[in-house]
Design a protein around this ligand. Structure first.
Ligand SMILES: Cc1cc2nc3c(=O)[nH]c(=O)nc-3n(C[C@H](O)[C@H](O)[C@H](O)COP(=O)(O)OP(=O)(O)OC[C@H]3O[C@@H](n4cnc5c(N)ncnc54)[C@H](O)[C@@H]3O)c2cc1C
Ligand code: SF4
Length: 509
């Protein structure tokens, strides 16, 4: 006898999930399903698919061990209808109930699909986040512009994290000025904690190998954590070996070190293997114990308590049309080298290769290399959105779309970012060692050998002059451009156009 179906999605693998809290172990049936519709609505990286399925299988086993009844559909089950709504309907017919208990999905697409089902759906808020939809709307109401920094301060006050009474710990809300250093190679940097695949993971790897042979990305070696115990171990490892230096190298990039002092916990947070408040409290405890400095801990907590919650608030406030925005009218196709076709630009070649191998790139690589190039070149933000959603193990639309469409491409017209994140090659040269191994010269500003970022940077500013020249944060850029002599400006624009033409022709750039 089954009273209700309790839906648990692949990114809802938390024992404290609202739907599980409200369910009755004796009467209700948990429904989990690996389905083609979710695994293929974009061409996900094989590591991302394997991570999700393996974590789902382990979570189902855990629920069973804790006394839950679980109806789990594997991808290759002959009866699999291959969609979430289809599996709910099938289980409902099988067990003679039409009552479904669910936690709100993190994507409009699925929210809509569940809402259209001819079943009695009770949808609960996803309270694994620190700010509810209502809380975010209350904060946003009446503000002309929404800036993460002010939202973050409010979240610090609300949670008490890094607060000394009413004042921020260390006397400042934000220590980013101390956090913009380049990095040096360091053989003693520990790197992320890696896990050998056990039986469950090996079985999933074989399945993904067989079913998704042509998706961009390398499946092996596979070393992600796939259950709460492993994710906790990865977090402990980060706290001990990397958090103290997190701030110093946060914006740096090195060809020989793909992870630097980053946490690599976003896949674990986003599927629910780690809890965001717990992660922030653990980082705060490291500061209070004197084991990590304030610039590192504040910077780390701001990413989770500030950025992660802020972008989710924007995604749900802006509604289902948000990922399709294109405020700058960019229409260029995504260059083939994003899918591994090869490029002479070493920064892009490094980041794309890393993405192919690891299903991971850190924030500055996503923002200032792949994102920066696409924005400068005028790539269609919808195509880029699909790329980011596909290639990273941590990519779910609620977090990926505001970061890509908003922060990185300014395609929302400035809701997430107050100015476009564009830079010439000089920024990449300062923050990385990529330029040393590049076929282009970062110092050359014109001509065939000039760094394409140098050319496209001015091309971007010039073609969007009407929109951006009045932005107080961009006045200096336009002054520099206007001070160049007319002949030089014309040469840069001509060289940039030649480069873009070659890009469109599919030439090896
Ligand atoms: C174009 C673009 C696309 C992105 N797409 C995603 C995505 O699909 N999924 C995703 O989780 N993050 C995304 N980010 C944000 C960020 O790049 C990743 O969260 C981060 O690189 C994850 O690696 P980490 O765990 O080592 O992070 P760390 O640098 O160690 O940071 C710690 C944690 O802070 C959180 N965080 C940091 N920055 C952000 C941010 N801007 N937005 C939300 N959370 C943040 C993450 O949970 C991360 O695990 C994107 C950023 C850009 C510029
Ligand atoms: S020279 Fe330009 S294209 Fe080459 S690595 Fe540096 S920034 Fe990238």
């Amino acid at each position: 006898m089954v009273s209700r179906l309790v839906l648990v999605l692949g990114d809802q693998l938390s024992p404290g999930l609202s739907a599980l809290r409200q369910a009755d172990r004796a009467q209700d049936l948990v429904v989990m399903a690996e389905v083609m519709e979710e695994a293929s609505y974009v061409r996900h990286h094989p590591k991302k698919i394997a991570f999700t399925f393996a974590a789902m299988r382990k979570f189902a086993a855990r629920l069973r061990a804790e006394g839950w009844r679980v109806a789990y559909t594997r991808l290759d089950d002959p009866a699999n209808s291959q969609s979430i709504p289809g599996e709910l309907l099938r289980r409902a017919a099988e067990h003679g109930t039409d009552a479904v208990l669910a936690t709100e999905p993190g994507e409009w697409r699925l929210i809509r699909a569940l809402g259209e089902l001819p079943l009695a759906l009770c949808q609960l808020p996803d309270d694994r986040f620190l700010c509810s939809h209502a809380g975010f709307d209350a904060w946003a109401e009446g503000r002309k512009v929404l800036r993460m920094e002010y939202f973050y301060r409010e979240m610090r006050r609300k949670t008490g994290l890094l607060m000394e009474g009413d004042a921020p710990a260390g006397g400042k809300w934000n220590f980013d000025q101390e956090n913009r250093k380049p990095a040096r190679d360091d053989l003693f940097r520990a790197g992320p904690l890696r896990f050998d695949p056990g039986e469950t993971v090996k079985e999933v790897l074989d399945l993904v190998d067989e079913r998704f042979p042509d998706n961009f990305g390398r499946l092996r070696p596979f070393w992600f954590a796939t259950d709460t115990g492993q994710a906790e171990a990865a977090l402990d490892h980060f706290m001990r070996h990397h958090l103290p230096c997190f701030g110093d190298t946060q914006d740096a990039m090195l060809a020989g070190d793909r992870f630097l002092h980053h946490a690599l916990i976003s896949p674990y947070l986003n599927v629910g293997l780690l809890d965001p408040l717990d992660v922030c409290r653990r980082a705060e405890a490291e500061y209070l114990a004197g084991r990590a400095p304030i610039n590192a801990v504040e910077g780390f907590i701001r990413q989770i308590l500030g950025w992660r919650e802020f972008v989710r608030g924007i995604y749900f406030r802006e509604g289902p049309g948000y990922p399709g925005r294109n405020a700058l009218g960019h229409r260029r196709s995504l260059p083939a080298f994003y899918w591994g076709a090869g490029t002479r630009m070493n920064c892009l070649a490094q980041v794309v290769a890393q993405t192919r191998d690891e299903a991971y790139a850190h924030h500055i690589q996503r923002l200032m290399v792949t994102g920066n190039f696409a924005l400068l070149a005028g790539v269609d933000p919808a195509e880029l959105h699909e790329w980011y959603l596909a290639v990273y193990a941590d990519a779910y639309e609620w977090v990926e779309a505001p970061n890509t469409v908003g922060m990185s491409q300014f395609a929302d017209g400035g809701i997430v970012a107050s100015k476009p994140y564009v830079s010439s090659g000089a920024y990449i040269d300062r923050m990385s060692d990529y330029c040393r191994g590049c076929a282009y010269s970062v110092r050359a500003k014109t001509g065939q050998g000039a760094c394409p970022f140098n050319l496209l940077y001015w091309h971007f500013l010039d073609r969007h002059r009407i929109r951006f020249a009045g932005n107080p944060r961009m006045v200096q850029m336009y002054r520099t451009w206007d001070r160049m002599d007319a002949g030089r400006r014309a040469e840069i624009l001509r060289d940039a156009s030649v480069f873009l033409d070659r890009l469109d022709e599919g030439a090896a750039v």
